[in-house]
Structure formats: C-alpha cells, structure tokens
Design a binder for this molecule. Structure first.
Ligand code: ZN
Length: 145
C-alpha cells in the first residue's frame, strides 16, 4: 500500500453537454483545462448507460447485459478520479444509475453512456502526477508508484 499527498488547487462546477458521452466529455474538459490529477462527481440523468464489470478470471471488461437497452436513467451517484494514462488526462469513473422504479445498477462507466443532463464538479489537485501502467497481477491499468 502506498499513497501520495495533494492539495486542492481549484474546483470547477459545470454542465455536461446534452447527448455527450459522459467519460469523453470529462476527458476532453480535463485536456482542455490541463487537469492532470483530480476527483470528479456528477449528478443528473442519462439517455443511455453502458456499464462494465471487470471479469477477474478473464481479466477483461464485460458489459452488464440486462441494462444494454437505451432506457433513461437517473445519475444517483457518479464519481471518479483523474490521472494520466497513455500520456493524457484520463477519468476513471464509476456510477450508480437508477431506473423509474428506483432500481439501481452500478459499475464502471464505458463508452456509450450518453448524457441527458449532467452537473459536474471537478476538484483539481496540485502534486505529483499519478500515471497508469499495466499491472501484471490484475491486468488493469493501475497507478504506478
Ligand atoms: Zn473501474
């Protein structure tokens, strides 16, 4: 176990674009504003949701099958971290999305998760960059010490 210390540099509050891809919007905003390390949270609603689950035996992401339909969801909770992957800012985002009857589905946000309305906050941290590299044990692109 290891960790690094950070100070909060500044905080952005803003809106995501209608029909924008959730992760892509956050990644682009970070690139444009030179945000390399931080924490993101979002609340709002989705037009579609694509959730991934990391299959630990196969060491690959699989989709949660039963919510592949293009149904609207509320973003009940959504948070993630921002660090560097492949030389660029990368947001690793998880979400709890809820249906009309209050059922919740959660997982790793995959491409294709489309925004209906989204209000975000990004806390930008000052300190050493966190850089992702492939972890030999898990096969995941984890932070390297
Ligand atoms: Zn994840």
């Amino acid at each position: 176990m290891w960790g690094k210390t950070y100070n909060i540099k500044n905080i952005y509050m803003g809106r995501l674009s209608y029909d924008g891809d959730l992760a892509e919007e956050i990644n682009n905003f970070c690139s444009k504003n030179d945000i390399k390390t931080g924490w993101v949270s979002v609340i709002g609603a989705l037009k579609t949701v694509r959730l991934g689950f990391y299959d630990q035996d196969r060491q690959e992401y699989v989709f949660l099958d039963d919510i592949h339909s293009d149904k609207p969801f509320e973003i009940s909770s959504c948070s993630g971290n921002i660090s560097i992957k492949d030389g660029k800012p990368f947001a690793h985002i998880h979400i709890v999305a809820s249906t009309r009857d209050g059922k919740c589905y959660g997982g790793h946000v995959m491409p294709g998760t489309k925004i209906y309305a989204g209000e975000f906050m990004i806390q930008v941290f000052a300190g050493e960059e966190l850089i992702r590299g492939v972890d030999e044990i898990t096969g995941l692109p984890l932070w390297q010490e």
